[in-house]
Design a protein around this ligand. Structure first.
Ligand code: ADP
Ligand code: TPW
Ligand code: MG
Length: 582
C-alpha cells in the first residue's frame, strides 16, 4: 500500500539531488502538534499503526485502548475538559464504526472531538471491488457528526486539520470526522513546502457577542420576574467561564439548579443552590434563565406537569446555537452568543443595584430545600447490611467532600441517579456521566481521559451492568498506571438482581447476571488492586486507601440486589404493554 502511495507522489524524487522530504505521516503529526493537540486516544492497526508509533516518537502522548468506542469516549471527554478537540484514531471499517458511536455521542453532548480514521483505497472502495476493510466511511460518518472531511493530498493535510479543529470547537461544539485514506500517509512532498502548508488555527472558537437588543429584552423579562430560576447546563461548565457564571448567579440572587454535569460549577452547598428543591422550583418559577442547557427530555421538554400550569413561565435562554431557541417551547428572550459574553452583558446591564428576587420566593425555596436535605440526611444515616444505594453512597459522599478535586465518573441506572443526587460536587467540570443520551459504556474511557487530561485522581461509580460495557479497559488503566479507583455497585444485574424468568425454564431473566460476581479479581488479573467490600466501613476504607496510594483499584461493592428500581428515576419512560398474556 505504501509502495502504491509513493507512485502517486506529487513531486518527482530525484535521487541525484539532495532534497529534504516529508510525508503524510509527518505532516499530520506536525499539523496536530502545531495546534496544541498532543494526545491521541486510539487502537492501532492498518493503516495507522506507524502513525501512532511516529506520533509517540515525535513526543505526542498515544494512549492505546482495547476497543475504539472507549478511545472515542476518552477523546470526547478530553474535549469537554479542555475545550480543545480530543483526538481519536481508528483503523478502517470496523475500527471506524466502533469509534463512530463515541463520535455521535460527542456530537449529541456538544463535546469537541475529531475522529481520525484510516480508510481503504478510494479507487477500490468506490468501485466496490472488495478492498481490505472496504467501506465508504465519509458517507456513513456525515449524518452522525457535526462535519466530515476527507484529505486526499498530503499538501492539504494542514488545511484538513485546520477545518476539523475549527468545525469541532467553534459555535456549538461537536464531533468531526477526518477520513484519511491509507495512500495519503505515504505521499511524499518537499519538506519546506510541507511545513509551509501547515497552519495554526487563529482564534478557533471566536467569542460570539449577543446583540444589545437581545440583552435588553432578557433584562426586561428578568426585571418582571417574581419567582426567577437559573438552570445551569453542561454547556456552561464547558465554556470555562466559571467566575462570570458565578457572578451572574450571585449578583442576581436567583436560585439555581445545576444539570448533572454542571454540578460543582458553583459548589452544591452554595446557599442559592435549589438542587434539593428541584420539583418545587421547576413547577413554581415564573421566569427561567437557561444557561448552556437544553430543554430536552432531561427537563421534560420545558412543559408538562413538572413545569406547572401551561403558560406560567417565560424562558430566557443563553446558547451559542441559534437553532436551539424554541426547540420545545417559546423562548421569550433568546440570547445567542457564548456564555461568557452573554453573562457579562447581562451583568453589565444589571449594574450594581439589581434588586434581589422577592423574599417570599427565596423563603419558599429555602424551606423546601431544608426539609428535603433533612430527609436525605436521615436516609444517609442508615448503615444497612448488605449495603443499599444510600448506605454505600453515604460513604462516597464524604470521600468526595474530603477530596473536592477528584474527578468523578458515574454511570448506571440507580447507581447514576442516586449518586447524582447524593454526592455533592464542589468544583467545576469534576463530574462526568452518561450525558444527553444516557448512554452506558462511557465509564472507563472517561476515567482514562479524566486522569490523563487533569492529572487528578479519578473515582468511578459504576453500576455492574454499566461497567461491563467498557470493563476491559481496566487493563488500559493498569497499563498506564492511572490513579483511578473504580467502585462497582454490584446488585447482580440491570436495575435489580431479583427478576425471574416466569416460564421457569433454565434461562435467567434478561436483566439478571451471574450472582455474586467478583469483579475485583478481574483487576488483580491486570496487576491492579482488587477489593471486595460488603460494608460501608469496608468501602470507605478501601476508597480512601486507593486515593491515597493512587494505584489502579477496583472495589466490588456488594449492594442489596432488591434495592434498586426499574430504570432508576426514569422508569416512566418505559412503554407499557396493555395486553395481558397468560
Ligand atoms: P445539559 O445536559 O447539562 O442540560 P445540554 O448538553 O443539553 O446541557 O446543553 C448544552 C448547551 O450548551 C448546548 O445547547 C450548546 O449549544 C450550548 N453551549 C455549549 N458551549 C457553549 C458556549 N461556549 N456558549 C454558549 N452555549 C454553549
Ligand atoms: C449503550 C440501557 C440503561 S441503564 C442500564 C442499561 C443497560 C444498566 C443499569 O444497570 P446497572 O445500574 O448499571 O447495573 P443499577 O444500579 O440500576 O443496577 N445500552 C446503552 N445505553 C443504555 N442506556 C442502555 C443500553 C440501560
Ligand atoms: Mg446493577
Amino acid at each position: 500500500m505504501v509502495a502504491d502511495a509513493q507512485v502517486q507522489n506529487d513531486i518527482a524524487v530525484d535521487s541525484s539531488e539532495e532534497q529534504d522530504l516529508t510525508d503524510g505521516f509527518h505532516l499530520l503529526i506536525e499539523a496536530l502538534q502545531l495546534n496544541g493537540l498532543h494526545t491521541i486516544y486510539g487502537v492501532p492497526g492498518i493503516p495507522i499503526t506507524d502513525l501512532g508509533r511516529m506520533a509517540q516518537a515525535q513526543g505526542m502522548r498515544v494512549i492505546s485502548f482495547r476497543h475504539e468506542q472507549h478511545a472515542g469516549n476518552a477523546a470526547a471527554v478530553a474535549g469537554y475538559l479542555t475545550g480543545k478537540p480530543g483526538l481519536c484514531l481508528t483503523v478502517s471499517a470496523p475500527g471506524f464504526l466502533n469509534g463512530l458511536t463515541a463520535l455521535a455521542n460527542a456530537t449529541t453532548n456538544c463535546f469537541p472531538m475529531i475522529l481520525i480514521s484510516g480508510s481503504s483505497e478510494r479507487e477500490i472502495v468506490d468501485l466496490q471491488q472488495g478492498d481490505y476493510e472496504e467501506m465508504d466511511q465519509l458517507a456513513i460518518a456525515k449524518p452522525l457528526c457535526k462535519a466530515a472531511f476527507r484529505v486526499l493530498n498530503a499538501r492539504d493535510i494542514g488545511i484538513g486539520v485546520a477545518r476539523a479543529i475549527r468545525a469541532a470547537v467553534s459555535g456549538r461544539p461537536g464531533g468531526v470526522y477526518l477520513d484519511l485514506p491509507a495512500a495519503l500517509f505515504g505521499q511524499v512532498m518537499d519538506a519546506k513546502e510541507g511545513a509551509a502548508s501547515l497552519l495554526k488555527v487563529i482564534d478557533p472558537a471566536p467569542r460570539q457577542l449577543p446583540a444589545p437588543e437581545s440583552v435588553e429584552r432578557a433584562l426586561g423579562v428578568l426585571r418582571g420576574a417574581k419567582r426567577p430560576l437559573i438552570i445551569l447546563g453542561k454547556g456552561a461548565a464547558y465554556a470555562q467561564a466559571d467566575d462570570i457564571v458565578r457572578d451572574l448567579v450571585e449578583r442576581s440572587g436567583i436560585p439555581y439548579l445545576p444539570m448533572s454535569m454542571a454540578k460543582g460549577l458553583l459548589p452544591d452547598d452554595h446557599p442559592q443552590s435549589a438542587g434539593a428543591a428541584r420539583s418545587l422550583v421547576l413547577k413554581e418559577a415564573d421566569v427561567v434563565v437557561m444557561v448552556g442547557a437544553r430543554l430536552n427530555w432531561l427537563l421534560s421538554h420545558g412543559k408538562g406537569k413538572s413545569w406547572g400550569a401551561p403558560g406560567s413561565k417565560k424562558f430566557i435562554q443563553i446558547d451559542i446555537e441559534p437553532g436551539e431557541m424554541d426547540s420545545n417551547v417559546e423562548i421569550a428572550a433568546p440570547l445567542v452568543g457564548d456564555i461568557a459574553s452573554c453573562a457579562a452583558a447581562l451583568l453589565e446591564g444589571m449594574g450594581d443595584n439589581w434588586a434581589a428576587p422577592p423574599a417570599e420566593w427565596l423563603a419558599m425555596v429555602e424551606e423546601k430545600r431544608s426539609v428535603n436535605l433533612a430527609k436525605m440526611a436521615q436516609k444517609l444515616g442508615a448503615d444497612t447490611t448488605p449495603m443499599d444505594y444510600h448506605s454505600a453512597l453515604a460513604a462516597l459522599r464524604l470521600v468526595v467532600k474530603d477530596n473536592p478535586d477528584i474527578m468523578l465518573v458515574n454511570e448506571g441506572a440507580n447507581t447514576l441517579d442516586f449518586a447524582r443526587s447524593i454526592i455533592d460536587m464542589f468544583e467545576p467540570r469534576k463530574r462526568i456521566d452518561v450525558g444527553t443520551w444516557g448512554i452506558m459504556g462511557i465509564g472507563m474511557g472517561a476515567a482514562v481521559a479524566a486522569a490523563i487530561e487533569t492529572g487528578n485522581r479519578v473515582l468511578c461509580i459504576e453500576g455492574d451492568s454499566a461497567f461491563g460495557f467498557s470493563g476491559m479497559e481496566i487493563e488500559t488503566i493498569c497499563r498506564y498506571n492511572l490513579p483511578v479507583c473504580i467502585v462497582i455497585f454490584n446488585n447482580n444485574g440491570i436495575y435489580r438482581g431479583t427478576d425471574v424468568n416466569p416460564t421457569g425454564n433454565e434461562d435467567v431473566a434478561p436483566t439478571v447476571f451471574v450472582k455474586g460476581i467478583r469483579y475485583d479479581r478481574m483487576m488483580e488479573a491486570f496487576g491492579g488492586i482488587g477489593v471486595h467490600a460488603t460494608s460501608r466501613d469496608g468501602l470507605d476504607a478501601a476508597v480512601r486507601a486507593a486515593l491515597e496510594s493512587g494505584k489502579p483499584t477496583l472495589i466490588n461493592a456488594v449492594i442489596d440486589e432488591a434495592s434498586g428500581t426499574e430504570s432508576g428515576r426514569i422508569g416512566n419512560l418505559n412503554p407499557q404493554s396493555v395486553v395481558k398474556k397468560k
